[in-house]
Design a binder for this molecule. Sequence first.
Ligand code: HSE
Length: 444
Amino acid sequence: MKPIQVGLLGIGTVGRGTFEVLSRNQEEISRRAGRGIEITMVADLDTARARGIVGERARVVSDAREVIANPEIDVVVELIGGYGIAKALVLEAIAAGKHVVTANKALLAVHGTEIFRAAAAKGVIVAFEAAVAGGIPIIKALREGLTANRIQWVAGIINGTTNFILSEMRDKGLDFDAALKDAQRLGYAEADPTFDIEGVDAAHKATLISAIAFGIPVQFDKCHVEGITRLASADIKYAEQLGYRIKLLGITRRTDKGVELRVHPTLIPARRLIANVDGAMNAVVVQGDAVGATLYYGKGAGSEPTASAVIADLVDIARLHGADPSHRVPPLAFQSNTLAAAGGDLPVLPMADVVTGYYLRIRVVDEAGVLARFTGILADARISIDAILQREADEVGGEGSTQTDLIILTHDTREGDLDAALAQIQPLPTVLGPITRIRKEELN
Ligand code: HSE
């Protein structure tokens, strides 16, 4: 059978890896795919650099639209990123009848509904394994391997940059700014790390996971997004003393009322496998009703790990190219006519309705009755306390200090109820600073 012809839009780190892995493993990949897969065109603004990578193996052009207009090209791989030109090119490629492979989580999390609809109308595939957790085949696992299950929740470390920073903070006792500088010096964080450290990148990925897990449309605008920039090293230390680690988790959970969709720093028990995923690695736990918990671990970024996911999508397309579209696995795992309407039976819940445990750190005057006052307010709000830790005043504020940190862990509580209780505690004269509140998940 004629090899499938691929055009790359953008040949940066992932594009280069895709080219290299496809060349290196060509023979085995075609035996799996049933036909050859050849990158025959590459579009990149920096044509000299692109030629340096591909040599004579593919035609290099500066205009991505030349790739899309070429009738010989069957699949367009979009590796440009962002929502701007990438969106226009993906929609143009679909309109031209090309299948699309993309690693662009931002594009799909924000414009996925429009893009998947356009692809369905045109009968082409939009594949995006590389968009979530890089080389970990989590899309394939959720969409195919776990298809028998009613998924209950998914929780993942899905941003390597922030996991690296949190690991540095814990291992070396660094504060956030120092750990970020280390991450930048070592190439784990970009010069502008905003999307990573503010949780936006993880939220894009969590949004895609949520849609596939529960059969709901992609709804990035409903995802609660909180990054790690306000985390203090003291909280990492106190959490450790209570038997927990702090990780930036993307969490999506089905409840009786709807779906939780949130990204935030989270205390998790130190004995859970996922709590021990350190450095820039990613890991995702999926809880299904039949299978129980399954854990997926690996590199969430990087040239060849991400290329591994891109090529897996190319192999799927090579096998399915020309087949009846109704025989394909639906992009969001559920047949499109059965996707729950946004806000319908499975609405994404507001944070006030999310139920989880909490870690509270309250800087207080160290005197009689302070703790009793807090526990009274929590009891009135029917918030149950799981554990309390009080540091020696000397340890917190130096010798002779009259202030200390009270750390309270709560059992599962509705967030709206906790907010109401904290609104009563915060203004008390014995409370000396803003209360730190970090969510806690037992993941059991
Ligand atoms: N910047 C991401 C990370 C990889 O740090 O995991 C691409 O989404």
